[in-house]
Ligand binder design. Sequence first.
Ligand code: SF4
Ligand code: SF4
Length: 171
Amino acid sequence: MASDAEAVELIIRRLKEDRIPEAPFPEEIAEKKKRPRQVAFMDVNLCYPCGKCPEFCPVGCIEYLPEASLPGRGLSPVQDRFQECIGCFICVEVCALLTDYDAVRMYNTDFVEQLLGVEIGDNKPEPHVPAKAYEEYFSDGGSKSVRHLGQGSRIREKMTKEDRQAMGWAK
Ligand code: SF4
Ligand code: SF4
């Protein structure tokens, strides 16, 4: 079975082949330099914080939420600082293909701006804006949930038999 790092290498190769619109190649950057077409949000009700997507986000914008943001939870889930997200899809694929949770979706940037009343620019904001749960919007069953409008894995259905074997992936 492939290690997580090897599996993520494979995921990145397949994402490149899939030509993500306007997304830069993640290994070439460490910080957002261009407004992405889509940004990620985690469904905090689905995230069992395995720690995989924070490890592999190329700009390090996924953080564990403070316990107070979701009272009563044993383990705090993760959420990304969407203003820093480059729209690379890695967290979506990592969660969909390397965990049982499928907690992450990508949302059109224009849509997110309207929904949250924010502007998403070419650079990350200074000072940085901490992540929030956004449970009502991006979690299944939230009071204003738009999770069904998000895009999940782009490559799951395109994985070859060899890919599946390489990843030790039986799903
Ligand atoms: S990979 Fe999925 S389950 Fe794991 S921390 Fe990220 S969002 Fe949560
Ligand atoms: S899509 Fe996910 S992995 Fe990529 S920059 Fe955004 S939060 Fe990080």
